[in-house]
Design a binder for this molecule. Sequence first.
Ligand SMILES: [Cu+2]
Length: 146
Amino acid sequence: MNNKTILEFIWIGGVVIILAWAAIANASYIYSHQDNIANPVANDPSGTVINVTGYQWGWQFTYQNGTTTTDKLILFSNTTYTLIVTSKDVIHDLYIPKFGIQVYAVAGHPNQISFKPTSPGQYIMECVEYCGEYHYEMRGVVVVLP
Ligand SMILES: [Cu+2]
């Protein structure tokens, strides 16, 4: 083997190692994020309705008894909920990664999604549609009570 052939093998080997590393890192990320703790279900008329309003820059949740919370969604486990999501101003996008749900918040066009959280705990939620200067402040917590 001449020097050029050896260099060629090193070059190809390097690329193969980098691609293999990327494939393994990607696969392990995907498998470790498959543990959704809420099951999105088809729109269930028996679900407890919570009205969600996105605004610059926060989330307001209005429960059936009329109480409201800001940037904090409080749920009970093993209960089916229906979020009716809208916006006061620009388009926002409610994302709860651990629940596997994401809903656009559009003024005058309510979107709805139903799900049933199964594990108590605290989970993050955030806006994933760039909506202005303080977009990054549109994050909050979902508290699932036992
Ligand atoms: Cu937003």
